[in-house]
Ligand binder design. Structure first.
Ligand SMILES: Cc1cc2nc3c(=O)[nH]c(=O)nc-3n(C[C@H](O)[C@H](O)[C@H](O)COP(=O)(O)O)c2cc1C
Length: 240
């Protein structure tokens, strides 16, 4: 029972710390549950309290170290350079898509769908992974599309680093595609703030999720098809 209490208290405190920058309510509830659990341990068996507190501290420290030193660097590890030009003779417009492929297929599927939609509307599309080799001179492009996962409530670092390398976006129209398990809201704020700070003209931020249905947003649960249709609509409305 006290082992379970230790796990719950540790989980509650860890979530409380992780959620603090983005949701004070979630953070408060998590820490509140942890404190209630500790009070329950103190009430049931006061002598067990130091043990539970000690194990909680060790557990939280290990979780924080593992998350920040292993999991985040693993997820944010820059992909090798890959730059691909599609529909080189397209005349409707030119788009640069820069994305972090990540560890699953979701973001790759989403940006490929978006590229296919633009190509279907006769746009010339350059698709590049986010790293030092991705084009930073945007003069030749009408639209910049960035594709990033939400990692701990912020867009994937290689995409943020890419945008900072570009620097001033000079009013360039920008679309972002954020992928995640199901909660990309806080990353949306970070991305919107970054693009605004860099003087981008943010047209829209689209979301694709792994465990949360997206059909209410796009009428389909297939992220590739959803982004293809989205790009077709965007291209149809372009310049109107
Ligand atoms: C360290 C880490 C933090 C994550 N944080 C979030 C998050 O804040 N919100 C979310 O919806 N998904 C989060 N996820 C899930 C990923 O965003 C999701 O699995 C992603 O769409 C696919 O990532 P992948 O392509 O790198 O596998 C996180 C995943 C990892 C590994």
């Amino acid at each position: 029972m006290f082992i379970l209490a230790t796990i719950l208290v540790s989980f509650g405190f860890s979530l409380g710390v992780l959620a603090w920058p983005y949701s004070r309510a979630l953070s408060g509830v998590s820490v509140g549950i942890s404190l209630a659990m500790l009070a329950w341990v103190a009430w049931r068996q006061r002598t067990a309290l130091p043990g539970v507190l000690g194990s909680t501290a060790v557990f939280c420290l290990l979780a924080a170290l593992g998350w920040n030193l292993l999991l985040m660097p693993w997820a944010n590890h820059e992909a090798p350079s890959q730059i691909e030009l599609r529909n080189a003779n397209g005349t409707a417009g030119a788009a640069l898509i820069v994305y972090h492929p990540g560890r699953s297929e979701l973001q790759t599927e989403a940006v490929n769908g978006f590229a296919e939609g633009l190509v279907a509307a006769d746009w010339r599309v350059t698709l590049a992974t986010a790293n030092a080799a991705a084009p930073t001179d945007l003069a030749a492009y009408d639209l910049l599309v960035v594709g990033a996962q939400s990692y701990t409530w912020a867009p994937a670092r290689p995409v943020q680093a890419y945008l900072r390398r570009v620097g001033n976006l000079g009013g360039k129209p920008v679309v972002a595609i954020l992928s995640g398990l199901g909660e990309t809201g806080p990353a949306t704020t970070v991305m919107a703030d970054l693009l605004t700070a860099l003087n981008g003209n943010l047209l829209n931020i689209y979301h694709v999720w792994q465990i949360r249905p997206i059909d209410e947003l796009y009428g389909t649960d297939d992220p590739r098809l959803a982004m293809r249709q989205t790009a077709v609509s965007l291209a149809a409305a372009w310049g109107k």
